[in-house]
Design a protein around this ligand. Structure first.
Ligand SMILES: Nc1ncnc2c1ncn2[C@@H]1O[C@H](COP(=O)(O)OP(=O)(O)OP(=O)(O)O)[C@@H](O)[C@H]1O
Ligand SMILES: [Mg+2]
Length: 341
């Protein structure tokens, strides 16, 4: 089992940038200007509890940021503050250059928000609800019609258009809420568990949609499904007890896995003793997993295994390099919620 990091463990920082250079400095300066979502030292306390404890990050246009963390980590609270639905205790959020506290209307105009518990508009049909949402966003008659058609298509709502929202199944309710968030084609999307309650086909559809929309928008979405990070995100943040504990591309996060870079070999004649010259060996049901001695040995390990196989004349039945598991990283750097209480 993966080792657990305790309460006092330092946060894990993934370095996303190469050593500083003129080009990187220019890129960093440009990214500050381009950041559609800019969050600075955000704090939210509920009584003695610091639900969000000094969170800072930027999201640029073209980025899809996966927001991960165990139950109660502070994801929804952070998203409520980003969208101006909850005032922060301290800190600052700017959306497209508009301070959410000082210019809420300008900021909110740029945002589409799928809240965690989507409000119910029981007596409205799906069509009525979406028209209403378009009206609230100030869309004129013709634009309203087009916008409704667009989101109905994107969220596959044709079959329930005339059904009241109240009587929809959970998945369709959720898709109606997502359609509402997209109605004004906003530049910024904040989606709180957008695939929650959807069947596998719809989960796949929504991930694809987020991935596609992310090419031209700035998107933050929270999820408990780690495969969504690979499917849809350009970057992911893991938050635990209100603090960011990891921040990087999916590949960078995976590389933090103890498994990353290990080579698994199944070969007739292979022995743990011979393989142990290359690194720590773990026997696995007729195969062996060889772990690199340190991160600098990762690149060379597969080649060394091949050379050893050839030298010894072993007959290879299977061999692959492990790229690391996101859920192992997640478990290693966040404590299970049940242990925290
Ligand atoms: N209005 C509130 N009053 C008091 N405590 C709150 C309130 N809203 C959230 N909290 C607390 O803040 C912490 C963070 O909650 P939040 O809903 O942000 O977590 P989350 O990361 O979204 O969790 P989940 O994965 O379960 O959705 C929790 O301990 C929660 O109980
Ligand atoms: Mg939540």
């Amino acid at each position: 089992m993966a080792p657990m990091i305790g309460d006092n463990a330092p946060p894990v920082e993934v370095r996303c940038r190469a050593p500083d250079s003129g080009r990187n400095r220019k890129r960093a300066a440009a990214s500050v200007i381009n950041a559609m979502i800019k969050i600075e030292n955000l704090v939210k306390t509920f009584g003695a509890k610091r639900a969000v404890d000094g969170v800072s990050f930027n999201v640029e246009r073209g980025e899809v940021l996966g927001f991960l963390g165990p139950n109660g980590a502070g994801k929804s609270t952070t998203m409520r503050m980003i969208t101006g639905f909850m005032p922060p205790t301290s800190g600052r959020v700017t959306i497209g250059g508009h301070d959410v506290a000082e210019s809420p209307l300008e900021a909110k105009r740029l945002i589409g928000y799928l809240p965690e518990n989507a409000p119910s508009y029981s007596d409205m049909t799906v069509l009525g609800f979406l028209k209403f949402a378009a009206e609230l966003r100030g869309l004129a008659r013709e634009a309203r019609k087009k916008a409704v058609e667009r989101v109905v298509g994107l969220c596959h709502l044709d079959s329930v258009l005339h059904q009241s929202v109240d009587t929809l199944s959970k998945g369709y309710k959720h898709r109606t809420s997502l359609a509402q968030a997209l109605i004004h084609d906003p530049e910024v999307l904040v989606l709180d568990e957008p695939t929650d309650g959807l069947d596998p086909n719809q989960k796949h559809e929504v991930r694809e949609l987020i991935h596609r929309l992310g090419k031209s928008k700035a998107i933050v979405f929270s999820t408990h499904i780690l495969e969504e990070v690979d499917a849809a995100c350009t970057r992911a943040i893991i938050i635990d007890r209100g603090r960011i504990v990891a921040n990087g591309t999916p590949a960078e996060l995976r590389a933090m896995s103890g498994l990353a870079g290990a080579v698994t070999l199944q070969a007739q004649g292979a022995t743990a003793e011979k393989l142990s010259a290359l690194g720590r060996v773990e026997p696995l049901n007729g195969a062996f997993r060889i772990y690199p001695r340190d991160k600098s040995a990762v690149a060379a390990l597969a080649q060394q295994v091949i050379e050893l196989v050839n030298r010894e004349g072993w007959k290879v039945e299977g061999m692959y390099s492990e790229r690391g598991e996101l859920d192992e990283v997640f478990r290693r750097i966040t404590l299970p919620d049940t242990v925290k209480a």
